[in-house]
Design a protein around this ligand. Structure first.
Ligand SMILES: Nc1ncnc2c1ncn2[C@@H]1O[C@H](COP(=O)(O)OP(=O)(O)O)[C@@H](O)[C@H]1O
Ligand SMILES: [Mg+2]
Length: 191
């Protein structure tokens, strides 16, 4: 359009806007996607129960403000495994923050662990609105959000980190009426 001879002054201005704004949006999206792509994990022997305790501490004030109880049901006898501590904190921050956002004031969140044969499973459950089956298939996709001020990258980041740990993540309905996120992590370091 800019090369068109008879383009009006306003037309010229608009065409320049289109170019500069698409460039700006492109940069914005690139930045967002870079944020969503975590650095490769650095594996260290960590006690996942300590990591979970620490994450709950970070969110306690937010939970208290909404009178939400965060219960811990650590059923895994011990929870030592090879993982990236920072990544794991981010994973459980995102999951618990989502739970805080989706329960009513006075709601309930439960953080559980259990030991399976070669894996450790962490369950983040709540008694909030829950997730429909249609949405269950979509929530991990980038930019999927149902929140007014949401961005839809929280669960994408969570999934990427869990996969980089050779783990699995999926969501089911919680016994308490809301959502139940399952994070399954291998105990032994993976090649
Ligand atoms: N605990 C939960 N209960 C109900 N819905 C949830 C829960 N966690 C996530 N969701 C749904 O998944 C969507 C995507 O979550 P997320 O990737 O964290 O992005 P955002 O928080 O920016 O919306 C949310 O908008 C919500 O619809
Ligand atoms: Mg979120």
């Amino acid at each position: 359009m800019l090369k068109e001879k008879g383009l009006s002054k306003i037309g010229q201005e608009m065409a320049e806007y289109i170019l500069s704004e698409t460039q700006r949006l492109n940069e914005l999206i690139t930045t967002l996607l870079e944020c969503a792509r975590p650095r490769p994990p650095l594996f260290n022997l960590q006690d996942l129960h300590f990591i979970l305790e620490h994450t709950v501490d970070l969110l306690q004030t937010q939970a208290d403000a909404k009178h939400i109880r965060i219960a811990k049901r650590f059923n895994a006898g011990q929870a030592e495994l090879f993982c990236d501590r920072d990544h794991m904190i981010q994973v459980f921050l995102n999951l618990i923050m989502n739970a805080i956002q989706h329960v009513q004031p006075g709601g309930y969140i439960e953080l559980g662990t259990r030991r399976l044969t070669d894996t450790l499973e962490v369950l983040v459950q709540d008694n909030g609105v829950g997730i429909t089956d249609t949405h269950k298939a979509k929530i991990f996709e980038p930019f999927f959000t149902k929140r007014q001020d949401g961005i839809g990258l929280g669960l994408t980041v969570v999934q990427q980190s869990v996969l980089a740990h050779h783990g699995q993540i999926y969501v089911t309905d919680s016994d308490y009426g809301g959502a139940c996120f399952h994070v399954v992590l291998p105990i032994k370091p993976q090649g």
